[in-house]
Design a protein around this ligand. Structure first.
Ligand code: ADP
Ligand code: MG
Length: 359
């Protein structure tokens, strides 16, 4: 019997920078998805989840399109693993999770990475973590059919207690950087808005296209290549909307590096300011926030948070805030009051911290 688990993640800062070859800074969450795998002499993998009524039966020679619904995430891993030459054993798998589903905390990558780790362990194969992330991404892109980058899987696989992960998407490197605000009397609060990002594929595609047009007009393969040239470079972009989208990307990359520097100096006031500046950039330049998320972020700051920002792809999901520990309850209450007053559902508020990665 093999037990393997993998965490959800939250991105501290660096939004929509991944497909522009830029920087992001996620942490692995304490919430995890765990798999208990009992291998058997069979050519089927039977998977149960505590979140689903019925088990899913996955033939080991499965191909995209065969298994749909939640089982597609596990089937996609089976398919992508075998496709990259890893032998996969059948048997039964029991899955449990306390990662919120569909909140933008990456329950999907937690599921993929836990299943992948269990199957690779059973096969007695060690796979480099970056390669595991690519296999998980292939499962999600080509089997499930969700167009996502590598951020989620890298966070779940590389997570470390009391560390954030500085990811450079130009060369796909991951560098742990100390992140332990609690030791400085500062809490990282997570507000799950309950607003789900439906129908956003078109918005995502439009943002991506804007960034690609801007880079093409500047004569570079990705916006990262003009990062060092300052914001004046944006004057050469003819479409004002594309120019604003590109400005978000360039300033956001800068904020990621400034955030890392602020954390190294334990300057959480500065770090909080960067959260708030990131939110404003996503609201005004990238236009991916909603009134609901703006209200959560603004009311957290008004109640004493050092800073707050939406995290994730946008149009719903979660807000994070850095809050002096003694104001945690005050800020939570103030946000709940402001949000319900405005007629939105009450957010789930929780304290989170950097936890360990898959294993
Ligand atoms: P997120 O990754 O932000 O939570 P996604 O839409 O990417 O949201 O992934 C959520 C989907 O992943 C669920 O709808 C379900 O199909 C699948 N999933 C994730 N965790 C589990 C689980 N523990 N059991 C069954 N399905 C899961
Ligand atoms: Mg996901």
């Amino acid at each position: 019997m093999i037990t393997y688990s993998a965490p959800g993640r939250v991105n501290l800062i660096g939004e929509h920078t991944d497909y522009n070859g830029g920087f992001a800074l996620p942490i692995a969450l304490p919430q995890r998805t765990s798999v208990i795998f009992t291998p058997a002499e069979t050519d089927t993998l039977t998977v149960r989840s505590d979140l689903a009524e019925d088990p899913v039966h996955i033939p080991l020679d499965t191909t995209p399109g065969q298994v749909t619904g939640w089982g597609a995430y596990a089937a996609g891993v089976v398919w992508a693993l075998r496709d990259s030459g890893v032998p996969v054993t059948g048997g039964t798998m029991a899955i449990r999770s306390d990662v919120p589903i569909g909140s933008g905390l990456s329950s999907s990558a937690a599921l993929e990475c836990a299943v992948l780790g269990a199957l690779a362990s059973a096969a007695g194969v060690r796979i480099d973590r970056t390669e595991q992330a690519r296999i998980g991404q292939r499962a999600e892109n080509d089997y499930v059919g969700a167009p996502t980058g590598l951020l989620d899987q890298l966070s779940s696989l590389f997570g470390e207690v009391s560390n954030a992960l500085l990811i450079d998407f130009r060369d796909i490197t991951v560098q742990p950087v100390p992140f332990d605000p609690d030791a400085s009397g500062v809490t990282l609060l997570l507000f799950d808005s309950g607003q789900r990002h439906g129908h956003v594929d078109g918005e995502y595609a439009a943002r991506r296209a804007s960034c690609e047009r801007a880079a093409a007009e500047l004569g570079v393969p990705s916006l990262r290549e003009v990062q060092h040239r300052g914001l004046e470079v944006l004057d050469a972009i003819s479409d004002p909307v594309d120019a604003r989208r590109a400005r978000h990307v360039l300033t956001e990359n800068e904020r990621v590096l400034d955030f890392v520097a602020a954390c190294a100096e334990l300057d959480f006031a500065a770090a909080g300011g960067l959260f708030t500046a990131s939110h404003a950039s996503m609201r005004d330049d990238f236009e991916i926030t909603t009134g609901h998320l703006d209200l959560i972020a603004d009311s957290a700051v008004s109640a004493g948070a050092l800073g707050a920002r939406m995290t994730g792809g946008g149009f719903g999901g979660c807000v994070i805030a850095l809050v002096p520990a003694k104001l945690t309850l005050t800020v939570g209450d103030a946000v709940r009051a402001a949000v319900t007053e405005a007629g939105y559902v009450e957010p789930e508020v929780s304290r989170v911290f950097a936890a360990s990665g898959a294993g």
